[in-house]
Ligand binder design. Structure first.
Ligand SMILES: Nc1ncnc2c1ncn2[C@@H]1O[C@H](COP(=O)(O)OP(=O)(O)OP(=O)(O)O)[C@@H](O)[C@H]1O
Ligand SMILES: [Mg+2]
Length: 256
């Protein structure tokens, strides 16, 4: 098992945002996470990515407990999360955002000497390698034509895709995506769907939160549904989406 979540719990004061959640992810799968607003989806992914620390429970990555690692160390292990709302620098270009996201590679290649790169001292070979990597990811994420555009000029769909490209340039084995389709139009969702399938064919395991049943329903091999922080259904996505408790959580018992 690539990722094994055991009895994960997160309390914020008196509020239990994630309650005793357990599930596993195998290599090569696309896992969907469904659940109404406030059901603990983002908190669960933030716990896995080391952005939040659990109140209780274990997160095993390839069999090792990663609870104590910083988000940076978790990303370095191959577990990368994108954000529900991409926080971009509007005056930096798409390529410059990608260069920032290459920090892990620069750190790995240069160690403490990476500080020199602040003053334009990037070794030529590393620079070429990173440029190649960036171009590859922009191509994969259909952003190559916007390479030199400022982030402020991107559509919301473009911003979200840049978030995915920035995550991908870190070479994740498992990419955690927080609502990549929210706020996107029909064509942008079709594009995102194709990009995510491409990522899977490149060997990346994906765990995706979304509310869009049509989008994630088609994409996810297996799903987990959360309600009030707890798992209420797991299994094949179509079965989870048809589950009575899941329908009731979204629509209320009366309408379900
Ligand atoms: N840092 C925090 N401090 C206090 N409460 C929080 C914090 N983060 C999340 N919560 C609460 O935890 C619960 C779960 O929030 P979370 O963001 O994980 O939900 P979600 O399923 O991602 O919702 P959405 O679909 O709206 O993004 C909510 O009640 C939320 O208000
Ligand atoms: Mg959320």
């Amino acid at each position: 098992m690539l990722l094994d979540i055991q009895n994960l719990t997160k309390r914020f004061g008196g509020l239990t945002a994630v309650s005793n959640v357990s599930f596993g992810i195998e290599r090569g799968e696309i896992i969907g996470i469904f659940g109404p607003n406030g059901s603990g989806k983002t908190t669960t992914l933030s716990l896995i990515a080391g952005i939040l620390k659990p109140t209780a429970g274990a997160i095993l990555w390839k069999g090792s407990d990663i609870n104590a690692l910083t988000p940076f160390e978790v990303a370095q292990q191959g577990l990368v999360k994108t954000f529900q709302n991409p926080q971009l620098f509007s005056e930096l270009t798409v390529a410059q955002h990608m260069q920032i996201a290459c920090h892990l590679h620069v750190k790995r290649a240069l160690g403490a000497k990476r500080l020199q790169t602040l003053f334009g001292g990037m070794p030529a070979e590393l620079d070429r390698t990173l440029t190649r990597k960036i171009d590859q990811m922009l191509e994969l994420c259909r952003l190559a034509n916007q390479r030199n555009d400022e982030a402020g000029a991107l559509s919301y769909g473009g911003e979200k895709m840049l978030g995915v490209a920035m995550g991908m340039v870190c070479d994740p084995e498992l990419l955690l995506l927080d609502e990549p389709a929210s706020g996107l139009g029909h064509d942008e969702i079709t594009n995102l769907d194709a990009v995510l399938r491409d990522l899977k064919s490149h060997g990346v395991t994906l765990c995706i939160i979304d509310h869009k049943v049509g989008f994630l329903g088609r994409l996810a091999d297996r799903s987990i549904a959360l309600h009030h922080g707890a798992v209420i259904a797991t299994g094949k996505t179509e079965d989870v989406l048809a589950n009575e408790a899941v329908v009731a959580a979204y629509l209320g018992k009366k309408h379900a």
